[in-house]
Design a protein around this ligand. Structure first.
Ligand SMILES: Nc1ncnc2c1ncn2[C@@H]1O[C@H](COP(=O)(O)OP(=O)(O)O)[C@@H](O)[C@H]1O
Ligand SMILES: [Mg+2]
Length: 429
């Protein structure tokens, strides 16, 4: 409504001009005060939008006050006795304006003020004339119609405002749903990519494995056969054998990654799984990473979750290993937090694994879950994509924690496990 009024000229303003000109052309035509008052009403009407734009609340108060004052003046200059003036409907102007900008109670108050201003002409009239009961009834009818007009317009305006609010809320929910949809699509694309790559590497790894077995067997035989007779050749055969072992281990990891994942979900506590993963990583690292401090913050009485124990442990091991890698020899703090979430449709347990390493660069955040994305010299880049698949198998979600802005260093991963696997698809968002 206000938007429209702020336009420089609109057709409503032109109508106003006609309306005011009409009033000016009607008797009393040569009453200069009447014409000046009409002019002032025109000015107030035209500057309404501007005033409201500058100060919506106070502007409305000024406008209604001005209109009441001008209406009162107009009445005074258009009749022998103000109270009898046929211009009295001009009071509808402040009443309707108040109804437009204020709530029901304030509209009533403003209407009462306008009526009081109108009735103030009773006093001079009483000095000169006797007023009959009939005239009082007429006055009461006029005033009651002021209130009626105020209430009707106000109801309409309030209803209108409510509709606008409803549409705004609807638009917000729609935007939120859209955002979630985009996120879900992104996750679906990720899963598709993983599946395609998985199939490809499975085929490739399978094909590589057989010749590798032959090479390895032959190298071992050579090593044995040559033995003492040709130490150099024997040593070389040994190299072939160890390197083939490494290759073979790598191929096994690819195959692990590619193998269709069958999560056997049974209800159990998640914290013992976390503890086991922490222990197994710290055991493999004991010598060089003593400076990593582990902090556990487990909420008490966490509900049991549908988990595949060994897959879950594998996922945590990968995440914890990455955290150790990130903190390197400088050490730091590894914080493992497990807590209940129960907000709306997300009902389950959230595990956060946070470290104090260098963190994950913004440009990598989207990609690190893709296979073969790594920044490490000896990395394979399969850790997080395996984690992602395992969490998918639990109908959960994983994301990189947002930086919280208060200077927390390091990376954080937030894993969500739903309480029940069957309704997990819609609880994951
Ligand atoms: N805790 C972490 N802090 C910093 N960077 C990380 C962290 N975890 C993962 N990354 C980044 O994500 C990449 C992919 O990790 P991952 O899939 O486990 O493969 P890899 O460990 O073999 O590199 C890592 O190379 C590293 O750049
Ligand atoms: Mg890794």
């Amino acid at each position: 409504m206000n938007e429209q009024k702020r336009l420089p000229i609109n057709w409503m303003d032109i109508l106003w001009l006609f309306f005011l000109a009409g009033l000016a052309a009607l008797p009393p035509v040569f009453e200069i005060h009447k014409q000046l008052t009409l002019l002032a009403i025109g000015v107030v009407q035209f500057s309404e939008g501007w005033l409201l734009a500058r100060s919506p609340r106070r502007g409305a108060v000024y406008i209604v006050l001005l209109k009441i004052a001008l209406a009162t003046l107009l009445i005074d200059h258009t009749g022998e006795v103000g109270i009898n003036s046929s211009y009295y409907p001009i009071f509808y102007l402040p009443v309707v304006t108040a109804a437009e900008y204020f709530g029901p109670w304030l509209t009533l108050l403003w209407t009462a003020l306008a009526s009081a201003a109108y009735c103030s002409y009773l006093y001079p009239a009483l000095q000169e004339y006797e007023i009959t009961a009939e005239s009082y009834s007429l006055l009461a009818i006029r005033i009651l119609f002021f209130f009626l007009a105020g209430m009707v317009v106000n109801r309409f305006v309030v209803e209108n405002r409510r509709q606008i609010k409803r549409y705004q809320e609807l638009a917000e929910t729609l935007a939120e749903t859209n955002r979630k949809l985009e996120q879900a699509q992104e996750e679906a694309r990720r899963s598709e990519r993983l599946a395609a790559l998985g199939q490809m590497s499975a085929g490739l790894a399978h094909e590589i494995r057989n010749p590798l077995g032959v090479i390895k067997g032959s190298a071992e035989m050579l090593h044995q056969k040559l033995g003492e007779s040709n130490p150099l050749a024997s040593e070389l055969a040994g190299y072939i054998s160890t390197e083939t072992n490494r290759l073979s281990a790598l191929v096994t990891r690819f195959l692990d990654f590619a193998r269709p994942l069958h999560a056997e979900l049974t209800l159990q506590q998640i914290t013992p799984v976390l503890d086991r993963a922490l222990r197994s990583v710290s055991m493999t690292r004991k010598d060089d990473d003593t400076s990593v401090r582990v902090e556990r913050q487990y909420q008490e009485n966490l509900p049991p979750l549908p988990l595949d124990e060994s897959l879950c442990e594998q996922a945590f091991v990968n995440l914890i290993q990455n955290a150790y890698d990130a903190m390197g020899n400088n050490g730091g703090t590894l914080r493992v937090i497990a807590g209940r979430v129960n907000s709306g449709r997300r009902n389950g347990v959230e595990v956060r694994i946070e470290d104090t390493g260098p963190g994950i660069p913004a440009e990598l955040r989207e990609q690190i879950f893709n296979p073969f994305v790594t920044t490490k010299k000896t990395g394979v880049g399969l850790g997080l994509s395996i984690v992602s698949r395992i969490i998918d198998g639990h109908h959960g979600t994983i994301r990189v924690a947002d930086e919280d802005g208060n200077g927390r260093r390091g990376a954080g991963f937030v894993v969500f496990f739903p309480l029940r696997a069957e309704n997990a698809i819609d609880s994951a968002s």
